[in-house]
Design a protein around this ligand. Sequence first.
Ligand SMILES: C[S@@+](CC[C@H](N)C(=O)[O-])C[C@H]1O[C@@H](n2cnc3c(N)ncnc32)[C@H](O)[C@@H]1O
Length: 340
Amino acid sequence: MAAEPLRDVAALLDVYRQGLVFHSLCAVSRLSIPDRMGDDRHDIARLAEETGTDEDALRRMLVLLAGSGFVDLDAKLVSAALTERGKVLRRRHPMSLWATFATFGIPDVGHALSGTLKDGAPATRHALGVDFWEHLTKHPDQQQIFGQAMAEQARLLTLPCVPLLDWPADGTVADIGGGIGVLLADILDEVPDAQGILVDQPDVLDRARAHLAEQGVDDRCTVRTGDLFVPPPRADVYVLSRVLHDWDDDSVAAILDAVRRGGDDTAVLRIFEDVLPDDAVPSAIQGWADVAMLALYHRAKERTLPEYRQLLERGGWRLERVVQGPPGMCVIEARPLATS
Ligand SMILES: C[S@@+](CC[C@H](N)C(=O)[O-])C[C@H]1O[C@@H](n2cnc3c(N)ncnc32)[C@H](O)[C@@H]1O
């Protein structure tokens, strides 16, 4: 066989194998095995005992993970230690991705994508029979880990955008669907005289209070139980961070309209999302993010700038500018159409 087809076969088999590596990383994260391993080398038999896992299964999975550089094993397969890469799966790692791997979602519903391919409905609906948000509401433990995963990703993607923007020195910033408040706390840290309003679902806000207090901004921030589709309280700047890509076009227009009705004519809207190119094939990461949305939520998707412009206009906003953040994140700024 010629070299090229062999390379192609090897590439496909690599993807196939990586699928099992991914699921194994999810499994060890959910059982807190990286946390238990810490910085030390562990006897695998004892580690199995401590983590309530089957010793043979654990050893074999650690061998798989050693092959991808997450674990270091001795030649007799008696002991294991996390590599620096493996340590990123510990909860206390400063750049932890523990929750991103432990969360319920893509790892569990990905197999239902064949259903999505047939009818466009999210894999979550095929696999769970209910929408993903409804599933999370019914399973508070999973909602908590999902919220933590959002916080991990916010640290990587949205926080680097904060210093790129001017925030009102003593105004009010409202983060709508702001999760546990990672982004809002960072904005309030940047502008010490500003006030914050965090809007999200009630159980998310319970955890947000703790986070805002930890960050020392709780005295400047009110938390409001709210619905994305209902006008939020008045604010100078509204933030919608990684919220719109969870929704179909009509819902996005309705969310933007609700925010428009909450603010006055001087309000500024900042949308934190990746923006797809409208004249080129999206990057591999953009393709991944788009199919992740397809899998999780009803008709959810990543969008191009013309698509955002059109939806903003439907919701009563005029697109003003786009600020490029780190790879995979932009801030789309808009002002009320009435003032143009
Ligand atoms: C993908 S997360 C983004 C969280 C955060 N803005 C960030 O950038 O990390 C979407 C957020 O929208 C919230 N959300 C979903 N449906 C909502 C609704 N109907 N009303 C209010 N918040 C909602 C979720 O609880 C979640 O915190």
